[in-house]
Write a protein that binds this ligand. Structure first.
Ligand SMILES: Cc1cc2nc3c(=O)[nH]c(=O)nc-3n(C[C@H](O)[C@H](O)[C@H](O)COP(=O)(O)O)c2cc1C
Length: 354
């Protein structure tokens, strides 16, 4: 039977309207990225990983990651940590903030994270990983999901043993990025392993890794029997790839469309992060958006040199004046800011961690 990308599926009671999931990416998956992803056809979007310890210590930057807008749902907020109680407390807060799903990170290969026993390191401590899932599943009423790599070392198959145990511990879905932590992002994702995991568990599996086109999405779904594909690097500065995967037609945006999307993204990022942080955060996005032969190379260099986001917006409008009405249309469709959940508007009890 042909694979249908626009079919809905479910994680526990949460209905996901398409079989395309926008990946969690640290330094990328801010709210503006997630809302845009939903608009372009992702059925589920994820926050970047949020530190359970940061939540425990009421770190202001960490709290900033937990803002939820009306048009993001369904939304998974991802937590990382190695301490079951802290993870459970953080999960309660994330649920109160409006997450439809709490996702747990068992894949981050970065030393700063693994040396604390968190992220991919948990692929080597199955008992602790299961205790974390149990504690979090007991703490919240929304589904708990886990995103894992294949294992720590090259060629590891740890995920196949651990996956079913995580499900037994309470995970309602698993995402597999079948590279080892050692591999980081090199080589290819080995989706033969994803197919094996699908065979071993009776919950939905999301296939992550190297999905950058509709053809690849269909190939991975057919090869693995996964419930959905996850798109990460392919969607950086390129939300149109989500539309292509969802709707089947290769979509080459015009310059005006690219400029309009980037302008809305810049303004939303500035609103979300504040001008100072946004100005630095956004620089990598300029190359991502303007590449693909959409704008001449020196133009990106020019934007990166500008100091404020408003200067960048003005420069984009000068280069593509017909983007202005598109921006207006896109902004008119954004929900009112008062529909957004910010943590300082949550009841005090949500912070209590009790
Ligand atoms: C910049 C970047 C940041 C990432 N951050 C996270 C993260 O916070 N949590 C997570 O589970 N995976 C993270 N990932 C992994 C992706 O979600 C995804 O599994 C991986 O990139 C493979 O998919 P791709 O080939 O489509 O990029 C990150 C990847 C990238 C490139």
């Amino acid at each position: 039977m042909p694979v249908e990308l626009l079919e809905s599926w479910s994680i526990g009671p949460v209905v996901v309207p398409t079989r395309i999931v926008l990946a969690p990416m640290a330094g990328v998956s801010i709210q503006a990225f997630r809302r845009q992803g939903r608009r372009f056809g992702a059925g589920l979007v994820c926050s970047e990983m949020v530190s359970a310890a940061g939540i425990e210590h009421r770190n202001e930057r960490t709290f900033g990651y937990l803002r939820v807008a009306a048009d993001e749902h369904p939304l998974a907020i991802q937590l990382f940590g190695a301490e079951p109680r802290a993870m459970a407390d953080a999960a309660r807060l994330v649920e109160a903030a409006g997450a439809d799903i709490v996702d747990l990170n068992l894949g981050c290969p970065v030393k700063k994270v693994t040396k604390t026993g968190a992220g991919a390191q948990l692929l080597e401590d199955h008992a602790l990983a299961c205790r974390i899932v149990e504690a979090v599943a007991a703490a919240v009423s929304v589904p708990v999901t886990v995103k894992l790599r294949r294992g720590v070392e090259h060629g590891s198959r740890a995920c196949l043993e651990l996956g079913p145990r995580l499900v037994e511990a309470g995970a309602s879905a698993l995402t597999l990025h079948p590279r080892s932590a050692r591999q980081m992002y090199t080589g290819e994702a080995d989706h033969a392993l994803t197919a094996e995991l699908v065979e071993r568990v009776d919950v939905p599996v999301i296939a992550s890794g190297d999905v950058t086109s509709r053809a690849k999405a269909i190939e991975v779904l057919e090869q693995t029997g996964a419930a959905a594909v996850m798109v990460a690097r392919g969607a950086q500065g390129n939300p149109w790839v989500l539309r292509e995967i969802a709707e089947g037609e290769a979509f080459r945006p015009t310059r005006e469309e690219v400029a309009a999307e980037l302008i809305v993204f810049i303004r939303e990022a500035a609103r979300e992060l504040g001008e100072r942080r946004a100005a630095g955060f956004l620089k990598k996005f300029y190359g991502w958006y303007l590449g693909h032969g959409r704008f001449p190379k020196p133009f990106k260099q020019e934007l990166v040199q500008l100091q404020t986001t408003e200067e960048v917006v003005l420069r984009l409008l000068a280069a593509a004046p017909a983007a202005a009405p598109l921006v207006e249309r896109l902004e008119a469709d954004l929900p009112a800011p008062e529909d957004e959940v910010l943590l300082d508007r949550l009841p005090i009890s949500a912070y209590g961690g009790g």
